[in-house]
Design a protein around this ligand. Structure first.
Ligand code: SF4
Length: 694
């Protein structure tokens, strides 16, 4: 693999939704990364994942030609023609024998907007299948569904990050940003330096909780109880904003009645948070002129994730803070393009611009942009876990294309996922390494990496930014846009998939999103270039973009925000005699998601080479465990071997283990696929577990 030295290229980190600005220089084999001080979000700061992000570009494991499975069951190098022919044959025969919905597509939250958009179009126009969804369903869907229901729109942060600095109080519910996106801490540090207070609710004393002024160490799965309990105290002590509630919201009365049932003693009993801390938090929030409530995956990745987020939003509404300066509710998106990836059509129920595929007007608009018969567009398909659970003869999806996702490691109930993938007639995976999912494939397609493609990403603030190409892809490697175009041509759909490059795809995305909730029609590559990004919605080329939402009204039918009277439920699975502890899962600083990239980077492996199960010393004593012992975690779905890390940071009734590792170390062999009824988010964050000492 060779490449000539490139000029200094300003682009963005391939990993999380903070999308740090960085500069790449030098040849691919020795690419040098530097933080981009001109980019106003990270201001030059990067975390260790960003600093080492160029290492996979010339990694020896990199796939440089397609692979196909031969008669002996081995994956062997092949040509693009053979790989694409096999795919087309498999898709055609599934469609002929079982119908169009027998072909599934599984996308990813790290794909550029252009790729996510084209993948959605490919599913509907080239394959005619309803069954497309993506791994962002496992990340953002609860916050998205709750925000739409309460505020009328889902944009993770409805304000720029800089607004955090001026917030007197921030309540961060279930987010460990100090490890998952460390450069964001500069905003919390500046907030602290200005006299602001940070409160973190989390079952673990994470690095973020340790940096907070107050840590509410709640029982896993009780986030909605905490929010309702705080609302109870705010109402009781008359710390709510009556004028705001009257003028800008609807539905408060029923919420007030529900909050009355969350008296402090009850909330303390369920959450484990002392009444004094509840009162302290309520007073901090209620007396602050500016206050924010932010949620992360801890509160969202539950079978009641939507309820948890709605409860946090109603707290922010009752305080009268949503749409006010340095205040409001926001969700901290996780995956690199977790925001843009959920806006333009790779979700089962969605068309570009955050339109709903079941909405006749939305279908007409998009069909007209695509010049495609509206009646041939399929309807809504299955959500991510349900799609994966439907693979094989029983569920009816016989062929699957996976793009930019490693579901063998990242999806819940890993034993079931393996069985389902193995039950397929045909599996194709596009990736740049032989991921655990690719290892099961019939065809593997080598794809270009982040620094080898052009496109746009949308960061956690809703700021649309440019990903720029520093290197051409290695010989034999295609971008996913090129892959989709070639596949569509072989499927006889060339007419709808002929573009001159990523910008041409973006131009079509602009038209398809025009008038939609996520309106990108006024955003151009040039405008992003000159403005360090553009915040959507941006409905015309002379529109400056919308950094802050809700100042005047909410995009609901009444223009008001909606309180939702939701009661908490218990987690789908709680500790009992057989499985006496809670299990919660998450990320660590030196690894990212399924680890396909980061587990191949020596510096990161040096920092975190295996999953460490955090266990409280008093719990460890009961099991006769010492720090560093190997143990097996068992749930009703599977077992994982991990090493014990004894720490007071975790509650005695809870075990934490990260999910970045595969095979017998995979935390997702343990997790519960119980789904939120609205968002279809699996319950990654709570299940019942037992420890077996080796
Ligand atoms: Fe920035 Fe996230 Fe990349 Fe770290 S992983 S450098 S926080 S974008």
């Amino acid at each position: 693999m060779t490449s000539t030295p490139q000029r200094d290229t300003a682009t963005h980190c391939p990993y999380c939704a903070f999308q740090c600005g960085m500069r790449l220089s030098g040849p691919r084999e020795a690419a040098v990364v530097d933080g981009d001080e001109a980019f106003p979000v990270n201001k030059g700061a990067l975390c260790i994942k960003g600093w080492t992000s160029a290492a996979p570009l010339a990694h020896p494991d990199r796939l440089l030609s397609p692979l196909v499975r031969n008669g002996a069951g081995e994956l062997v190098p092949s040509t693009w023609d053979e790989a694409l022919d096999r795919m087309v044959e498999a898709f055609r025969s599934a469609r002929t024998d079982y119908g169009a919905d027998a072909v599934g597509i599984f996308g990813g939250g790290s794909l550029t907007n252009e790729k996510a958009y084209l993948l959605g179009k490919f599913a509907r126009v080239a394959l005619g299948t309803a069954n497309i969804d993506y791994n962002g369903r496992f990340c953002m869907s609860s916050a998205a569904a709750a925000s739409i229901r309460a505020l009328g729109i889902d944009r993770g942060l409805p304000f720029p990050l800089e607004d955090i600095v001026g917030a007197e109080v921030v309540l961060l519910a279930g987010s460990n940003v100090a490890e998952t996106m460390p450069p964001i801490m500069q905003y919390f540090e500046a907030q602290h330096a200005s006299g602001g207070v940070l409160v973190v609710s989390d079952p673990r004393r994470t690095a973020t909780a340790a940096a907070a002024d107050l840590h509410l160490r709640l029982t896993p799965g009780t986030d909605a109880v905490l929010a309702n309990g705080l609302l109870h105290l705010l109402i009781r002590d008359n710390l709510i904003d009556h004028d705001y509630i009257r003028e800008r919201t609807e539905g408060f009365e029923r919420v007030r009645q529900i909050a009355a049932t969350y008296w402090p003693e009850r909330v303390e009993r369920i959450t484990g948070i002392p009444e004094a801390e509840l009162l302290q938090t309520a007073r901090l929030l209620g007396r602050a002129k500016t206050a924010m409530i932010l949620t992360g995956r801890g509160a969202e990745q539950q079978a009641q994730g939507v309820t948890n987020v709605l409860s946090c939003i109603k707290l922010a509404l009752a305080l009268g803070k949503v749409g006010r300066p340095n205040s409001g509710y926001g969700c901290l998106t996780g995956q690199g393009n977790g925001q843009g990836g959920r806006e333009h059509g790779q979700k089962a129920d969605q068309l570009p611009g955050y339109r709903l595929i079941a909405d006749p007007a939305a279908r007409q608009h998009v069909a007209a942009v695509w010049d495609f018969p509206e009646e041939e567009l399929p309807g809504p398909g299955k959500s991510a876990y349900e799609l994966l659970d439907s693979l094989g003869p029983e569920g009816g999806i016989r062929s699957l294309l996976v793009l930019g996702s490693n579901v063998m490691v990242s999806a819940p109930h890993g034993n079931n996922i393996r069985e389902r993938l193995e039950a397929l007639d045909f599996l194709a995976v596009s990736d740049f390494f032989l991921s655990e999912t690719a290892l099961l494939a019939d065809v593997v397609l080598p794809s270009a990496q982040w620094a080898e493609e052009e496109g746009t990403m949308t960061n956690l603030e809703g700021r649309v930014i440019r990903r720029r190409r520093a290197y051409d892809p290695p010989e034999g490697v295609l971008t996913d846009l090129e892959l989709l175009e070639r596949l569509a041509a072989r499927l006889g759909r060339e007419r709808w998939f002929t573009y001159t490059g990523p910008e041409a795809v973006f131009e079509e995305l602009r038209a398809a999103s025009a008038g939609g909730v996520a309106d990108y029609s006024g955003i151009t590559y040039e405008k992003i270039e000159t403005g360090q990004g553009v915040f959507w919605p941006c409905p015309s080329v002379d529109h400056p973009g919308t950094p802050r939402l809700f100042a005047e009204s909410f995009p609901t039918s009444s223009g008001r925000a909606r309180f939702h009277p939701v009661l908490h439920r218990s987690p789908a699975e709680e500790p009992d005699e057989d499985f006496p502890l809670y299990l919660t899962t998450g990320r660590v600083l030196a690894q990212y998601q399924s680890g396909t990239q980061t587990r191949r980077i020596a510096e990161l492996e040096g920092m975190a080479s295996e999953p460490l199960a955090e266990i409280n010393p008093t719990t460890a004593e009961r099991y006769g465990l010492s720090d560093g012992d190997m143990l097996t975690l068992e749930t009703r779905r599977g077992a994982a071997r991990v090493r014990a890390r004894l720490t007071e940071a975790i509650r005695p009734d809870t075990v934490f283990t990260p999910f970045h590792w595969p095979n017998e170390q995979s935390a997702n062999l343990l997790t519960n696929p119980a789904l939120d009824p609205t968002s279809r988010m699996p319950e990654f964050k709570v299940c019942a577990v037992r420890i077996v000492k080796e």
